[in-house]
Ligand binder design. Structure first.
Ligand code: GLU
Length: 305
């Protein structure tokens, strides 16, 4: 594969891991996102590392007013605060544009007018060539990344070896939508690299996105962080809890019960402390990733109100 030279500068960092929690501000923090926040916090802190919060509001159409502030206040009540100023993806379009430009220069990105409906006969997977030709009416195209014949393998610290044939599983994927929004895949790769993230700890719903992100890192000449995907918190019906479904938010006024439940969900030893700071300090000291349950999607859920 062609490789775009790295031009995104990685600032000098302290030694030690750098983890992050990257919520999308589409609603209030629920138990599932608390598990992701706590898992990433414990993993970084247990080895004396940094933990950063990034607001993933790149898809402005999904943003709920006030949600970003609410999430940060809730995290603070749960004893977890970003070590660095919180970065907003909505303010970083120029950086994503540079990355897309580099991919275009290397002929790794191409414009595309295929709609979802056009791709439906292909199972939604974009083949190497567009199924519709460029629109004559000058409509703005989406931009896609060529995946070629890449098969991406990586080792997840909980889920083990993962292998994905990109062309068969996802096809050429979107970097920028026709409405001008940069895609989550592009934004997350650029931001993780630019923020010097060395480990990504997040929910297993993103396990399938990771090969795309690794492919993009390679195309942009960026380092690949370590990955750890946490089991998902499901509703009794088996669905993933989701902020925009109004899953019951965690109670910032009484953080310990949810913290205890989140720690138990992660398979970790209970912390005896009843002050949030001490609770977290103790949990970090005893954090053992080998205790995180490996089975995806089989965990019980909290009920909605
Ligand atoms: N913004 C994503 C979410 O809220 C998480 C992305 C990530 O951790 O890479 O589900």
């Amino acid at each position: 594969m062609n490789q775009v030279p790295v031009r995104i500068p990685a600032p000098t960092r302290d030694r030690g891991p750098r983890g992050r929690f990257a919520p999308s501000p589409t609603g209030r923090l629920h138990f599932g996102s608390l598990v992701a926040a706590l898992g990433s916090w414990l993993s970084a802190r247990s080895r004396g590392g940094h933990w950063i919060v990034r607001m993933e509001d790149v898809d402005t159409t999904r943003v709920v007013a006030g949600a970003a502030r609410d999430i940060l206040e809730t995290l603070a009540a749960f004893g977890m605060e970003s070590d660095e100023p919180v970065v907003l993806q909505s303010e970083r379009s120029a950086i994503y544009a540079q990355a897309l430009q580099r991919l275009r220069e290397c002929n790794l990105a191409y414009p595309c007018h295929c709609s979802r409906a056009d791709l439906a006969p292909f199972g939604g997977i974009h083949p190497p060539d567009c199924v519709v030709s460029a629109a004559a009416d000058g409509r703005v195209p989406a931009w896609r990344l060529r995946v070629g014949s890449s098969v991406v393998a990586f080792e997840d610290r909980v889920c083990g070896t993962q292998i994905q044939d990109l062309a068969r599983s996802v096809g050429d994927f979107v970097l920028r939508r026709a409405d001008g929004c940069y895609s989550y895949q592009l934004a997350v790769v650029v931001d993780d690299a630019e923020q010097g993230i060395t480990e990504v700890v997040r929910g297993a719903d993103l396990l399938d996105s990771t090969p795309r992100q690794i492919h993009l890192q390679r195309a942009l000449g960026l380092p690949t962080p370590a990955y750890l995907h946490l089991p998902l918190v499901l509703e009794p019906s088996g669905r993933k809890l989701s902020k925009h479904d109004r899953a019951r938010p965690v109670d910032a006024a009484d953080p310990l019960p949810a913290l205890r439940a989140a720690l138990a969900f992660l398979g970790q030893a209970a912390s005896p402390h009843s002050m949030v700071g001490e609770f977290l300090h103790d949990a970090a000291a005893r954090f053992d990733p080998a205790r995180i349950p490996r089975d995806r999607n089989t965990h019980v859920a909290l009920r909605k109100d």
